[in-house]
Design a protein around this ligand. Structure first.
Ligand code: 13P
Ligand code: SF4
Length: 358
């Protein structure tokens, strides 16, 4: 039951080599293939095809002093070709806040680019794919949060970072997959409202059992909701030998019960790499496919990856061509604009996250 990765993203039209010489393109293709570390899926011809794009994006980035951030679920050509920082959502929000550059290009889904704007409102934040949403952030409105606050007055509200700026503005603190347990534990009182992920909320309720009651909204991640405990047990049986199951906390409780390790995208990657170095090569990754692509690129060990990764259509909406276009001449809808009053309130929420997470 080996893990099957999605088809590789190649440009939609013929790529113009521009001013780059054949030697420069060849050297870039070799660099890309060496970094991606998937010799069969990413043959040198494919790397040659995208090389003029990565060369041009890197040239423009330098010329215009742009910091390019990419989430781990972006494709390897973006991650290893052009990104300056790749990580999970918590680390990326800090990277956006701390980058000295005045322009950030955020290759990911909309709520992450909005978060970058909230933590650094004086910077220009470019988001190449304005249509790239997220089933969690699109499934809850600011009014939903206001209604919950009316229903449960005085109860602190924690929101998953996968929410719009308007929703963050209504909540006391944001949390991410790498710190939700720690932050929610530290909130005052014996009750809290958690929005919008019902699976993460259930996991939180389980770990706070006897200490806090968690009032949960009913959103879910369309990617992680597709996994079930039954599927994991079935794959385990098919493998027939010892395997470590690594799952993201956006998965349902039945999946997390089967997991040996639960963590953010970055923590899952580190754990898979660590298991490989301990000579425990059988790893089942229960998450989005980008995690497996990063593990393959970043391990020196022979790993056998099992299970079935699921692709996030929103995360995969961005291609190198979109990044190049947005860098050259961003359209108005590719520049993040948020109402000043919302920024101020959402900023307090994120500052509280940084304070409680550290
Ligand atoms: P993390 O990278 O923080 O684990 O988030 C996963 C995710 O689904 C982002 O949309
Ligand atoms: Fe949203 Fe899930 Fe896609 Fe992450 S993987 S962006 S949570 S839909």
């Amino acid at each position: 039951m080996s893990l099957t990765l999605p088809t590789i993203p190649l440009p939609n039209s013929q790529v113009d080599p521009g001013d780059f010489s054949e030697e420069e393109i060849e050297a870039e293709a070799i660099r890309l293939q060496g970094a991606i570390q998937q010799l069969h899926r990413w043959p040198i011809e494919a790397c040659r095809t995208i090389a003029p794009l990565t060369l041009e994006i890197n040239r423009l980035k330098e010329e215009r002093d742009v910091f390019l951030i990419a989430h781990s679920y972006q494709t390897p050509d973006i991650i290893y070709g052009v990104a300056d920082e790749v990580a999970d959502s918590y680390t990326l929000s800090k990277a956006a806040r701390d980058a000295p550059q005045m322009t950030i290009l955020f290759s990911s889904v909309r709520f992450m680019a909005e978060t970058a704007k909230i933590v650094s409102p004086h910077k220009t934040v470019i988001h190449p794919s304005p249509e790239a949403g997220c089933s969690l952030s699109d499934g809850i409105t600011a009014q939903d949060v206001r209604d919950l606050k009316t229903q449960y007055p005085g109860v602190p509200v924690a929101c998953y970072i996968n929410t719009t700026a308007a929703v963050k503005a209504e909540c006391d603190v944001s949390v991410t997959s790498s710190n939700y347990l720690r932050i929610c534990e530290r909130l005052p009182g014996d009750r809290l409202i958690f929005v919008p992920d019902r699976f993460m909320g259930a996991h939180l309720q389980k770990s706070l059992e006897g200490r806090k009651e968690v009032i949960v909204f009913d959103g879910e991640c369309e990617v992680h909701a597709t996994f079930t405990g039954e599927k994991v047990r079935h794959w385990r049986k098919q493998i027939g030998e010892e395997v470590s199951v690594l799952a993201h906390p956006e998965c349902g409780a039945d999946v997390l019960e089967e997991a040996d390790f639960v963590g953010s995208s970055e923590k899952l990657i580190n754990e898979a790499v660590r298991l490989g170095s301990l000579n425990r090569p059988n790893v089942m990754l229960i998450t989005e496919c980008g995690t497996a692509e990063r593990v393959l690129a970043e391990t020196d060990s022979e790993l056998n990856l099992f299970g079935a990764c699921v692709m996030c259509r929103h995360m995969k909406a961005t291609q190198l061509e979109d990044i190049l276009q947005a860098l050259k001449e961003p359209r108005a809808d590719q520049i993040i604009e948020i109402d000043q009053e919302i920024i101020a309130r959402a900023q307090r929420n994120l500052e509280e996250m940084f304070r409680l997470a550290e």
